[in-house]
Design a protein around this ligand. Structure first.
Ligand code: FRU
Length: 467
């Protein structure tokens, strides 16, 4: 084993940076965030031999999108996570510009990672290798090298393998950009994870009914839930609409019928997966009891991210809470994973006029609200939720120029479940029919205050810090 040149730098960076991050009042009390540096996509989410493993895109050396490693946490209960040895560092020729996103599988008892080796050339071009790594006795990972080179007909933007097993075969979906600069999802098949056959394009811009649906599709994930198959993806370059796809890049899904043997996926229109300001690159896995769980990056690439105040404290971004998915009439519903209920303490209730509602401490809170009225929730005076009869509007000031920006959820909201942490708010609408996930950077103690007409019923708890 050649000694790593990066590892000593990473250790020093964590030793110096972690105490500073933990002292930051915006550091989460119960969400996953980097010890120091930058976190983006969740990777390799898997339940393996009795524990959940969650890997993540991590730059341990700073808050820029460089030096992408795979960090690694594990947990028995989805609440208390422990750090594991860093899984992948970009130190080979084939992954020298970053160990990019991917997934994990159980290959006959061996925890195996499938990831993208990203290579950028001095002249501006790039290539990508899909690579494997397998867990060793010390809990670290040994790289096995590339197993898929850049397929013909695509640019250097081919990445983010999500692999699963079906009837003794391995399948992989890959995000890609074709030579006409259209975003695609490719499907591949293998007997042994090492030799892969390209089956074709499963979905993408210009295919099926989609029309122009962007120039690059990142982070695909395909799974069957109930009677339908869902393809989650991040289609970059989708046209903005008045109330949808308003972030720099959206996260979306298609639902339909998948036939692996024929490599076909008959699907309908694109649905936005989360209507808040920060949500991207989610990944799902199955729990031991068969629940489809999802975790996302509570961030968006290429936006205002570098203006977030935590950068001055040496860390940036966090994960969403883990969510449980269900299929209701072909639509994906997301609800906070039930394990989170174990964090509840100090239950309180209120029923009455909106104006009489109590002020709530927003630092670490779960709040259920039911109402039919027109009302406003002021969250730390930084995030304002306008609850109208036929839609929700979430307002937040731009970190760049102070202008108010809005995100929307169209429909009649009857009940909201709101999860707050030190610098994040996740709003689950009508038991998961919609979600709005956003970061915010209030002064603490941040509070929620209500104003408006009509009545409301609320039930709320403080959530015990567990990180
Ligand atoms: C999505 C993404 C992936 C890539 C990774 C690099 O946020 O751009 O496509 O693999 O991040 O960190």
């Amino acid at each position: 084993m050649t000694p790593s040149a990066l590892l000593p730098k990473i250790l020093l960076s964590v030793l110096k940076g972690q105490p500073k991050a933990l002292r930051d009042s915006h550091y989460p009390a119960w969400h996953l965030a980097p010890a120091t540096g930058l976190l983006n996509d969740p990777n390799g989410f898997i339940h393996f031999q009795g524990r959940f493993h969650l890997f993540y895109q991590w730059n341990p050396l700073g808050c820029q999108h460089n030096h992408k490693c795979w960090g690694h946490w594990s947990s028995a209960d989805l609440l208390h996570w422990q750090h594991e040895p860093i899984a992948l560092m970009p130190e080979e020729e084939y992954d020298r510009s970053g160990c990019y996103s991917g997934s994990a599988v159980n290959n006959q008892g061996a925890l195996t990672l499938c990831y993208t080796g990203n290579v950028k050339f001095a002249g501006g071009g790039r290539t990508a290798w899909q690579c494997l790594a397998v867990q060793n006795a010390e809990g670290g990972f040994d790289k096995l090298g590339p197993v898929i080179a850049l397929p013909e007909g695509y640019t250097g933007h081919v990445r983010d393998p999500k692999v699963w097993q079906h009837e003794n075969q391995w399948y992989m979906v890959l995000g890609a950009q074709d030579l006409a600069l259209r975003g695609k999802v490719l499907l591949l098949r293998s007997d042994d994870l090492h030799h892969w056959q390209m089956l074709g394009e499963l979905a993408g811009s210009g295919l099926g009914e989609l029309g122009d649906a962007g120039y690059m599709w990142e982070c695909p994930d395909l799974f069957t839930l109930g009677a339908d198959t869902f393809l989650i993806c991040c289609p970059q370059g989708v046209a903005r609409e008045a109330h949808r796809f308003l972030n720099t890049h959206p996260s979306a899904y298609l639902s339909g019928a998948f036939t692996p043997e024929q490599a076909t996926f008959e699907h309908g229109a694109l649905h936005e997966l989360d209507a808040g300001f920060e949500f991207y690159a989610p990944q799902t896995t199955l729990s031991a009891d068969g629940r489809r769980l999802l975790v996302g990056w509570m961030g968006v690439p290429d936006g205002e991210e570098m203006r977030q105040p935590t950068v001055a404290q040496g860390w940036i971004h966090q994960m969403t809470c883990v969510r449980e998915l269900s299929n209701r009439n072909g639509k994906l519903y997301q609800q906070p994973v039930r394990e989170l209920q174990a964090l509840r303490e100090n239950e309180r209730r209120f029923a009455g006029r909106v104006d009489d509602a109590p002020v709530m401490d927003a630092r670490s809170l779960e709040l259920w609200v039911e109402s039919e009225g027109e009302l406003t929730l002021n969250i730390g005076d930084t995030l304002i939720l306008h609850w109208h009869k036929d839609h929700l509007r979430l307002d937040r000031r731009s970190l760049e120029n102070g202008e108010w920006l809005s995100r929307y959820w169209d429909g009649e909201a009857n009940v909201l479940q709101i999860l707050c942490d030190s610098s994040s708010v996740e709003i689950f609408i009508n038991e998961g029919a919609g979600v709005m996930s956003s970061r915010y950077f209030p002064s603490h103690p941040a509070q929620i205050t209500f104003s408006g007409s009509g009545e409301l019923r609320a039930q709320y708890w403080s959530l015990r810090p567990c990180m």
